[in-house]
Design a protein around this ligand. Structure first.
Ligand code: HDD
Length: 713
């Protein structure tokens, strides 16, 4: 891979900033060659260090200043370079170049993130995931600062600090880290009916993805596309992963947080290093401006989706991630996103959440990156050269020539010139705005339950069960019964059965909430702002259930091959070849890290041992054929560890393939099926066992059999 690195305009630009120490001498930051990097300058070899030691001072001072503030939200992230290729022109709808010319390739950098945890927290927190895409278009940077959930908690940006304060660790003791399962979060949520739709998504398995490669991305807000004639369409942006949308089990997520807290980071990194490039279809839902009021929800309300049954998603391009960053800090940490970074042909709507975001992101970069020149940091630089009269400030990189830094000017020949629209100048959509100055919310925003119902009702039975269990888990951690009670009473507006099941488990009763929206302004009339329980126009949307996702690929899936000495080399090699032909990744798990001596006299090098990892790091297990191997796996030293792998994978509904001669392991495990009907359990006697195994891995999990599998001892 490394020899064949992708290249594009942005990567070439970054290349100019890269350094390598290969074959070089050590220097100070002033370029002075250093002769001794082991000892400080002292008055005598046992004497005090001298203040004069500028080399020591420079090194320590730089070290002392290495840290910058982490992002206030989305602190933990992973990024990658890639390319966006347009497959269908939107020229009819937008002037944006990168959306007009079929085949055009635009360099991108994408940063995925969790939201609540700090930089060092686990990847597997139950949380929203950020999906921020910077398109380095030839008309300037376009940032689509998206999430993996298509709606948001709140309708107005003024509530954002409250939301984030509520979910972050509680301020008195800084507990808990990267978790929403605590008093302040549910206190706030239970008082915010507008968050109920989001809560349904958050409590679903969407918030514990299997991989960043297997997440959808959503622009959330309605934006606008504007064409050459100035005609506008509302647009919702979607990224749909080619690998489908898949999640892990909650029990598994908790285990992964201990076994490999960098699970998603590692998965993204390794996939790209292995050349298994993650890909997404990019799609749009387009709504002519004149249809603004056609729906049973307000297009400006960020707590609502536009059901795909009402407006289909048109796929118009492909996003591919094909290169890991060279340096995490320089690229992934210093990248600065902003929903206000747009290009001609794209415009904002009056969504009050979006309007507030337009202020927040520059403001946050000023504190995080230390000044107004963050656009000059290599990863943030536009590929379109910047020309303006903005000057100076901390860490200025650009050396602007000449004595003119104002406009209009005659001394500089009037440069730089304003661009006419036909020359690519950005022109805001002309729109009539009128209204009294009010601090109010539109009544069209006051429907908080119908789409929460739509989401819940669209889930498959196992998904509903996971959602219910997630609510039980979270609310059980809430120490104040009144909050639990208020929350289950909110749930009753979505689904009464769900509410009563959760209530029973968290030890409270469902009460009739008189004013479910208790966050309304003091002098407002509650009856006008209180959401009624109403039915959504679209009753079920297939796109909302992960059950209906892509299940035809095992690309990038990690298969653990468990084996001891004497394992059957031919069986191992054949299966490995079949899996790798489908782009899966095979990793060997030995009884120790010593090479495994297989039955043809050769050795296989394990990547893991029975004790160095666990089944949660794998998508499926193959218990290698061979009676001697089985015997070694069943020695007193190994037995419990080997069975833990199998039983845990079984509990998490994964595919397991028992090779020939592994019956004693099968019989000792929980997988003692009388009729062998479980489609994810493969045995050597099956017809085409390798094919059956591949199909089972592609299906991801047998969630339907979860209760049965978990019931086994
Ligand atoms: Fe935000 C970061 C996504 C609402 C204020 N946000 C941030 C990131 C993502 C989102 C993906 C991480 C970017 C990165 O990787 O660097 N945010 C969203 C979405 C929202 C949303 C999809 C609702 C639709 N955000 C939102 C509001 C506000 C903010 C309402 C404030 C009024 N968001 C921020 C921020 C962050 C941020 C504080 C932290 C770091 C940063 O911006 O660069 O300004």
């Amino acid at each position: 891979m490394k020899d064949n690195q992708p290249t594009n305009e942005k990567l070439n630009q970054l290349e100019d900033h890269m350094t390598s120490n290969e074959n070089e001498k050590l220097t100070t930051n002033q370029g002075l060659k250093i002769n001794n990097n082991q000892d400080s300058l002292k008055a005598g070899d046992r004497g005090p260090t001298l203040l004069e030691d500028f080399i020591l001072r420079e090194k320590i001072t730089h070290f002392d200043h290495e840290r910058i503030p982490e992002r206030v939200v989305h602190a933990r992230g992973s990024g990658a370079h890639g390319v966006f290729k347009l497959t269908k022109s939107l020229a009819e709808y937008t002037r944006a170049n990168f959306l007009s010319e079929v085949g055009k390739e635009t360099p991108v950098f994408v940063r995925f993130s969790t939201v609540a945890g700090n930089r060092g927290s686990t990847d597997l927190a139950r949380d929203v995931r950020g999906f921020a895409v910077k398109f380095y278009t030839d008309e300037g940077n376009y940032d689509l600062v998206a999430n993996n959930i298509p709606v948001f908690f709140i309708q107005d940006a003024i509530k954002f600090p409250d939301l984030v304060h509520a979910v972050k660790p509680e301020p008195h003791n800084e507990i808990p880290q990267a978790q929403s399962a605590h008093d302040t979060f549910w206190d706030f949520i239970s008082l915010m009916p507008e968050s109920m739709h989001m809560i349904m998504w958050l409590m679903s398995d969407r918030s514990i993805p299997r991989s960043y490669r297997m997440m959808e991305g959503f622009g959330v807000h309605s934006f606008k596309l504007i064409n050459d004639e100035g005609k506008a369409h509302f647009v919702k942006f979607h990224f749909k992963p080619k690998l489908g949308v898949h999640s892990v089990a909650w029990d598994e997520a908790q285990r992964i947080s201990g076994v490999d807290p960098d699970f998603h980071k590692r998965d993204l990194w390794e996939s790209i290093e292995n050349g298994l490039f993650p890909e997404w279809d990019f799609g749009v839902q387009l709504i002519p401006e004149e249809d603004e009021f056609k729906y049973d929800f307000d297009l400006l309300d960020p707590t609502k989706i536009v059901p795909e049954e009402e407006v289909p998603v048109q796929l118009i391009g492909t996003l591919t991630l094909n290169k890991n960053p060279e340096n995490f800090f320089a690229e992934t940490e210093q990248i600065a996103f902003h929903p206000g970074h747009i290009v001609p042909g794209i415009d904002f709507t009056n969504d009050p959440l979006l309007q507030g975001r337009l202020f927040s992101y520059t403001d946050t970069q000023l504190i995080r990156l230390g000044g107004p020149n963050f656009h000059e940091i290599p990863i943030n630089r536009s590929v379109n050269v910047v020309h303006n009269n903005q000057r100076d400030g901390y860490m200025r990189q650009q050396i602007a020539k000449g004595k003119v830094s104002y406009e209009p000017n005659s001394i500089g020949g009037g440069c730089p010139f304003q661009a006419m629209m036909k020359e690519g100048g950005f022109v805001s959509q002309e729109a009539r705005v009128s209204g009294a100055k009010v601090r109010e919310r539109s009544k069209s925003f006051v429907d908080h339950y119908s789409q929460a119902k739509l989401f819940y009702n669209s889930q498959s039975q196992p998904e509903k069960m996971h959602l219910q269990n997630a609510l039980i888990f979270e609310l059980s951690k809430v120490t104040i019964p009144a909050i639990r009670e208020r929350m289950v009473s909110q749930l009753a507006f979505i689904n009464k059965e769900l509410a009563s099941k959760v209530a029973a488990k968290v030890g409270v009763e469902v009460k009739e909430l008189k004013f479910p929206n208790q966050s309304i302004p003091a002098d407002a009339d509650p009856s006008t702002l209180q959401s009624e329980e109403r039915e959504p126009e679209t009753k079920i949307s297939e796109a909302l259930s992960m059950q209906n996702t892509v299940k035809d690929t095992i690309m990038g899936r990690k298969i653990g091959f468990i084996m001891g000495d004497g394992a059957d080399a031919a069986a191992i090699n054949d299966l490995k070849a079949e899996l790798e032909a489908e782009n899966a990744v095979v990793e060997i798990i030995g009884t120790s890290m010593a090479p495994v001596k297989v039955n043809d006299g050769s050795s296989l090098i394990p990547k893991h041992s029975l004790t160095s990892n666990s089944s949660v790091s794998f998508d499926a297990l193959y218990i290698a054929a061979g009676e001697n191997s089985t015997k070694e796996l069943l020695t007193p030293e190994n037995k419990q560890h080997a069975l833990n792998y199998i039983n845990e994978a079984y509990k998490h509904c994964k595919a397991i393939y028992f090779g020939e001669g592994t019956e004693p392991l099968y019989m000792n495990s929980n997988v003692s099926m009388k009729d062998h009907i479980d489609p994810a359990i493969v045995i050597a006697e099956d017809e085409n066992p390798a094919d059956k195994f591949i199909t089972a891995i592609a299906n991801h999990r047998v969630w339907d059999l979860e209760i049965e599998r978990n019931a086994r001892k």
